[in-house]
Design a protein around this ligand. Sequence first.
Ligand SMILES: C[C@H](N)C(=O)N[C@@H](Cc1c[nH]cn1)C(=O)O
Ligand SMILES: [Zn+2]
Ligand SMILES: [Zn+2]
Length: 493
Amino acid sequence: MSSSSSSALQMEIFQYIDAHQSDFIKGLKEWLAVESDSVQPHLRREVMQMMVLAADRLATLGTSVNLVNLGSHQLPDGQVLPLPPVLLGELGKDPQNPTVCFYGHVDVQPAKKEDGWDTDPYILTEINGNLYGRGATDNKGPVLAWINAVETFRALKIAMPVNFKFVIEGMEEAGSLGLEKLLEEEKQSFFSDVDYIVISDNLWLSNKKPALTYGSRGNACFFVEVEGGSKDLHSGTFGGIIHEPLLDLIALLDSLVDSTGRIQIPGIYDSVAALREEERKLYESIEFDLEEHRNNCGVKKFLYGSKEEILLHLWRYPSLSIHGIEGAFHEPGIKTVIPAKVIGKFSIRQVPNMDLSVVKKQVVEHLEGVFSKRNSPNKLKVSMPLGAKPWLADVDDLLYKAARRAIKTVFGEDPDFIRDGSTIPVARMFQTVTQKSVVMLPIGAADDGEHSQNEKISRHNYIEGTKLFAAFFLEISKLHQNLHETSHTKTIN
Ligand SMILES: C[C@H](N)C(=O)N[C@@H](Cc1c[nH]cn1)C(=O)O
Ligand SMILES: [Zn+2]
Ligand SMILES: [Zn+2]
């Protein structure tokens, strides 16, 4: 195709996307209305419903859809819950085209209006060009943007430049349970002809400048349970004469990180690769607005003062966060009770070279050591219900070239090349199981508020993100054909 006809084609696609903004937003509104929270067991039915909605949406585009049953899983309290099925979809099978597999998730983090949202988290509300709602950016918006882009080609009756495969799940926010096994099982079938994998489930580093992501941290999640007697007690009647489980737990949690942010678990930094000088230089050259980032967080001060230190601690070093305590009274008012059993929840974002089983052993030994010094008769139980590995990719891959070109076309500038401090468990699974290249091509901005109150995606990013994906289909198709023509010519010569 000549370059003038290819830019005319692109123009036609972009015009269609601009003209159908309202339809695309309506589609997002329907998806955001479903409280598909995979973290809270009582909402599992909604996650199931969301999977069916996603399957129906893809089926109307002509995708052949298979909702693969993953069975059930057991919660720490013994309750058995069905796992949502994983959607495997296929659209197009032209042997001349590369096959691009898109991964996304349609489950969300918990959200309630009372958490401090300005609007109902399950009613998409547009304010000043932002589309607010739980899942707007993480990850329903980006999944729909990809689908909108595919739909545009179909609506305009343009030949598909790539074959599409879809892996859509409903358990990402709960650690992608069951997914790795499915990927292994499908390695020789569903994944056998996949050439490239694209994930769009993270954010840019800035509010305005697009980015391409080549690495993410892993996450090891822990429960630390302290159990005293068999029931909660009156703190006036029993306070002062017993070893309180919550005091034990707070001492245990307090032993994990010091006030400078350094993890106190012996050995935890041992396998983190030393920082090479050329790598440090890379960090110096990244554009990163500390003030903007601080405003996005809504905090007064970071633990570190320089851009390099902050990025290193987000991407390159592990961190430990405490998420909550189950069993402790957290409602307004004061309940003068001594809880009988409390469970602390924390996670360690790990980086390349850290081994999950070693991390688990270090955590257990450390907590048992601290606990034994308290001479408490209470029962301690430490478990690691989730462990996701970090991921790092080769930015010289064709996939990154195609994504970079598509970004330049749509946003008019080159992307930041970034890593991400958060975790997409499937990234590393895909890389290991399929041995194919993986790119993270985010369309959400740094101020989208993933997992936070007032999560949003801007109308601009949602619509330009749809264009980005459409442009990406054309770019990867072109680069892939060129690569194959070159290697074919080499073989003949
Ligand atoms: C980056 C992605 N949108 C996301 O939010 N991932 C979650 C996945 C996770 C990790 N541990 C448990 N769930 C995250 O990074 O928290
Ligand atoms: Zn996500
Ligand atoms: Zn998330």
